[in-house]
Ligand binder design. Structure first.
Ligand code: PMT
Length: 218
């Protein structure tokens, strides 16, 4: 059964990790595989949406019929997202964006002569928070990857970042979060309610997220 309930809607999805360079051969990153975000992009395309996927470095192929923009750093992701936000009706930020980057990137490979190496990091722009400040008509869905206090942290981000919905993702479990084919999430809504989902494939999670956007946010 093909549902075309997102026909005429432009959906902007972010996926994957970012890489913040230290020198030409090293970077700071995280274990995001992109699977959750790519599942969302494929599901939105299947349901008739015009989909733009802004992706950090992943091993996944570009989804069919999806405009895929590949970026590396959080700064590049921010530029690509702000570039496409005006056309979007729905924005879903599943990317694991680096919170900090190195103040200085060495022009050449750092030699391992010193016993200790101190890196100074500076905060990256919070893309989701900026989207929450700038949004006009867009439905804004964030993710919250947490290792504890999921409910409190997710609710705090939902309000502080001016989101319509947030997907709370308890990470650090082999069948949920980073890298796995399955995920276990709780959806949090503006009215204070929440919906815990069972463990299921990321494709199934993606469709339920889009169902709730349709039913509760559009
Ligand atoms: O890619 P997979 O291997 O499939 O793993 C999926 C996932 C675990 C990465 C995904 O389900 C998930 O939880 N993504 C959010 C990861 C994250 O960065 O969470 P956070 O709680 O640190 O950030 C909260 C929200 O702010 C996120 O929507 C994030 O995209 C956004 N953010 C964060 C920092 C920043 N500088 N800019 C942002 O936009």
């Amino acid at each position: 059964l093909t549902r075309k309930d997102l026909a005429g809607k432009t959906v902007l999805v972010t996926a994957g990790p970012t890489r913040e360079p230290i020198d030409p051969v090293r970077f700071i990153s995280n274990p995001s595989s992109g699977k959750m975000g790519y599942a969302l992009a494929r599901a939105a395309e299947y349901r008739g949406g015009d989909v733009v996927l802004v992706s950090g470095p992943t091993a996944l192929p570009d989804p069919a019929n999806v405009k895929t923009v590949r970026v590396r750093t959080a700064g590049e992701m921010a530029l690509a997202v702000f570039d496409h936000m005006g056309d979007a009706d729905i924005i879903i930020k599943s990317a694991a964006v680096g919170d900090y980057r190195a103040v200085e990137t060495a022009a050449h490979k750092i030699k391992k002569t010193a016993d200790q190496l101190v890196l100074t990091l500076i905060k990256n722009e919070d893309i989701l928070k900026s989207l929450g400040e700038r949004k006009t008509h867009q439905i804004l869905v964030g993710f919250a990857a947490e290792t504890r206090d999921l409910k409190e942290n997710a609710r705090e981000k939902l309000v502080r970042k001016n989101l319509d919905m947030i997907v709370g993702n308890l990470v650090g479990h082999p069948a949920s979060g980073f890298g796995s084919d399955t995920n276990r999430v709780t959806l949090f809504f503006r009215d204070g309610s929440c919906e815990p989902l069972a463990e299921m494939d990321k494709d199934a999670v993606a469709h339920i997220i889009l169902d709730r956007v349709r039913e509760r946010c559009l």
